[in-house]
Write a protein of this length. Structure first.
Length: 203
C-alpha cells in the first residue's frame, strides 16, 4: 500500500514538474535525468548505439514515455533523411551520366521516405491528442505501415547505385554511408514505435 502511494506520488511529480517549470520560468528546474530510460528503450532496437547517440540529447523531452520517445525518434529520422537529401542535391550538381541519374532517383526515394515520416508524425501527434479519428490500434498500424514503406524507399536508393561505377568513388561511398545511417535511424524509430504500441497494449 505505501509503495503504491509512493509510486503514484512520484508519477504525479514526474508529470507535474516539467509543466510547472514551463509555467514559471524562474522556478527551480526539474532534476530528473531521463537518459536511463532512453538507453533502456534503445536496447530494444536493432542498432542500440546509433539509437543512443541520436536520441540521448532529447532524453529529457521523453518524460520516460515510450510514445513520446517514438515521436522524437521519427522526428530525428525525418531530419536525418532531409539532411541527407540536401547532401545528395549538392552531390548531383557535379555529377554526370549514370551517377547523376542514380542520384536523382535517390533524392526521389529519400523524399518519399520523408513524406511517409511526416504523415507518421502527424498521425502520432493526433493519437496523442486523442484526435486521430480512429482507434489506437488502427492508427498505429497505419504508422507502422508507413514507416516500413519509408525503409523500403531508403533501400531503393542504394539499389540504384549497384549498376554505377566500381562502388569505390567518393560519391558512392558518401551515398552508401548516408543511406546506411538513414536506414538505421529509421529502423530504430520503427522499433520504438513497435515498443510504444506493445507498451500501450500492456497498460
Ligand atoms: C536532463 O536533466 C538533468 C536534470 O536536470 C540534467 O542533469 C541533464 O543534463 C539533462 N539532460 C539533457 C540531455 O539535457
Ligand atoms: C552531409 O555532408 C556533410 C559534409 O560532407 C557530412 O559531414 C554530413 O555527415 C552529411 N550528412 C548526411 C546526413 O549525410
Ligand atoms: C563541384 O565542383 C566544384 C568545382 O570543381 C568544386 O569546387 C565543388 O566542391 C564540387 N561540389 C561537390 C558537391 O562535389
Ligand atoms: C515493427 O513491427 C512491424 C509490424 O508488426 C514489423 O513488420 C517490423 O518488422 C517491426 N520492426 C522492428 C524494427 O521492430
Amino acid at each position: 500500500m505505501s509503495t503504491h502511494i509512493k509510486l503514484s506520488s512520484f508519477l504525479a511529480l514526474a508529470f507535474l514538474l516539467p509543466a510547472a517549470a514551463f509555467g514559471t520560468p524562474h522556478s527551480a528546474k526539474p532534476t530528473f535525468d531521463h537518459s536511463g530510460f532512453v538507453s533502456w528503450c534503445c536496447v530494444k532496437t536493432l542498432y542500440p548505439d546509433v539509437c543512443y547517440s541520436t536520441l540521448s540529447r532529447h532524453a529529457n523531452a521523453t518524460l520516460d514515455d515510450p510514445a513520446r520517445l517514438a515521436r522524437i525518434a521519427v522526428q530525428v529520422s525525418l531530419k536525418q533523411v532531409q539532411s541527407f537529401a540536401a547532401n545528395l542535391t549538392c552531390l548531383s550538381r557535379n555529377a554526370t551520366g549514370a551517377t547523376q541519374s542514380a542520384l536523382a532517383d535517390c533524392i526521389e526515394s529519400m523524399s518519399g521516405a520523408a513524406c511517409a515520416m511526416r504523415d507518421s508524425l502527424e498521425k502520432m501527434r493526433a493519437v496523442a491528442l486523442g484526435r486521430a479519428g480512429q482507434g489506437f490500434a488502427a492508427a498505429m498500424n497505419d504508422v507502422q505501415t508507413w514507416m516500413s514503406a519509408a525503409l523500403t524507399s531508403e533501400e531503393t536508393c542504394s539499389n540504384g547505385f549497384e549498376d554505377v561505377g566500381d562502388g569505390r568513388s567518393n560519391v558512392e561511398t558518401e551515398v552508401r554511408h548516408g543511406v546506411d545511417l538513414a536506414w538505421m535511424v529509421t529502423s530504430n524509430a520503427l522499433a520504438l514505435i513497435n515498443y510504444s504500441v506493445n507498451d500501450h497494449a500492456n497498460l
